[in-house]
Ligand binder design. Structure first.
Ligand SMILES: Nc1ncnc2c1ncn2[C@@H]1O[C@H](COP(=O)(O)OP(=O)(O)O)[C@@H](O)[C@H]1O
Ligand SMILES: [Mg+2]
Length: 423
């Protein structure tokens, strides 16, 4: 029996744990063989706070995906986001022509040296480098070179985007996954993983913002010229919206969550006399059920969602230099919260642009209804990102983050540009 290579994405979310098992065919084409989504446990705002609970939830989710796919899983790739992520752009430069010969072609060795030079920044003991992504190569002062190899020049510079995460958070993920019986093959920035499943190369080249609307946090990545320029996370998300509904209407959080998903909308102009409807709120403790209009529910939701988007916008402006002015791609909304009715319209209004779209994984075979949903952007993205990873056998010896992997030297294009530095 031939053994196809498999890749497993694991998204340890605040509200849900999701798994996608991808299987490569002989031609290297990936198919989604099985997925699963189970209620999360032991997490707060994207961070594991109870290892035993998280372990049990992870085990349950992976087992369910194994059953769906009919495949046994050994190792997984996971994603990390939230406030424990920091990223910054650093610059480095080297002389291409150390021997004094003129018109020297830039070689791979020069590229490796310049990246080493740019990344020779000290990382605090308590942080781990997750990604080192070359953003822009500069040859003799000329910017915007995506691949400098074979160019003639005397001085090579590079701007690299370095993403780091708190070491203890990654250690906790490793040990939780290991206790659940699986090997951790790699850790990827969550929003970066999502770009693989929901972003198009042209929009990342033109400059785009991906916003992940999660339960506990809302995470952002800004991409210009096909590579990240900044990342951010605000510690607010869909849970807060649910909480508002629960407080204002006096129902339990569980019911508020249910009503939000069933009838929630975050853009009032979408509701008119014809489509406004009654939403029945069950009575608590023997109280008679109450009725609230969808438009009233919308006002509660819109206020909070508008605040979340406004915070995201302010954070992006604060974290991103002038390059933000060059964004002419899209704002891509993804994550579970992107399923809310009116979310596109609200974002268009807050960000003052019509270029807003939903980020949903595309069909990759298998049972597509199971994963063609913005909530699956992370796990599907992890599976797609795995294409550029070495097969997992050798990584069994040692758990590493992507930044530790050997650089791949072949290939071009925007995604490859990101990957070049990842492995
Ligand atoms: N149909 C829906 N409409 C509005 N919000 C939704 C819907 N489905 C899920 N959500 C919200 O999305 C959030 C969960 O998104 P998800 O990406 O799964 O979060 P996490 O990764 O943080 O666990 C929750 O706040 C949930 O209420
Ligand atoms: Mg999520």
């Amino acid at each position: 029996m031939s053994e196809n290579r498999i890749a497993v994405g694991l998204d340890i979310g605040t509200s849900e744990i999701r798994v996608a098992i991808g299987e490569y065919d002989e031609n290297g084409k990936i198919q989604i063989a099985g997925t699963a989504s189970k209620k999360s446990a032991g997490l707060r705002n994207g961070v594991i706070v109870n290892i035993e609970d998280a372990k049990a939830a992870i085990e349950e989710a992976i087992s369910a995906a194994e059953m769906n796919a009919g495949i046994n899983v050994n190792s997984v790739i996971t994603a990390i986001g939230g406030s424990q992520i920091e990223s910054a752009t650093h610059k480095g430069g080297v002389a291409v022509n150390p021997n004094g010969r003129n018109n020297k072609e830039i070689t791979n060795d020069d590229v490796e040296r310049v990246i080493a030079n740019a990344t020779a920044v000290p990382v605090p003991e308590d942080r781990e480098k997750l990604h080192v992504i070359p953003r822009d190569y500069i040859v003799d002062g000329y910017h915007g070179i995506s691949d400098p190899i074979h160019r003639i020049g005397t001085r090579l510079e590079v701007e690299v985007h370095i993403v780091t995460a708190a070491r203890t958070i990654i250690q906790n993920m490793r040990s939780t996954i290991s206790r659940a019986g699986y090997i951790l093959d790699g850790v990827m920035l969550k929003t970066l993983a999502q770009t693989f499943s929901v972003c198009h190369e042209d929009e990342m080249e033109l400059g785009s913002i991906l916003i992940d609307l999660g339960a506990g946090t809302t995470d952002v990545i800004v991409l210009v010229g096909g590579a990240p320029v900044s990342t951010a996370s605000v510690p607010v998300g869909g849970n807060l919206v649910t909480n508002d509904i629960s407080i204002v209407t006096g129902i339990s959080s569980a019911t508020a969550e249910e009503k939000k998903i069933e009838a929630g909308c975050c853009w009032l102009p979408l509701i008119n006399e014809q489509n406004d409807k009654e939403v029945v709120l069950p009575g608590v403790g023997g109280r008679a059920p109450e009725v609230i209009m969808k438009s009233q529910l919308c006002q509660i939701i819109q206020a909070r969602m508008e605040q979340i988007f406004t915070m995201v916008k302010a954070t992006i402006i604060k974290n991103t230099d002038d390059s933000i002015k060059k964004l002419s791609g899209n704002i891509i909304l993804t994550g579970g919260g992107a399923q809310m009715e009116g979310v596109i319209e609200l974002a268009q209004n807050v960000f003052r642009t019509s270029s807003v779209r939903l980020g949903c994984p595309e069909n990759l075979g298998g049972i597509e209804e199971d994963y063609r949903n913005p909530a699956f952007a992370t796990v599907i993205g992890l599976v797609l990102a795995s294409k550029n990873m070495p097969a997992s056998k050798d990584s069994r010896k040692k758990h590493r983050s992507f930044a530790d992997r050997k650089e791949k030297k072949d290939g071009e294009g925007v995604l490859k540009k990101i990957f070049k530095s990842l492995f």
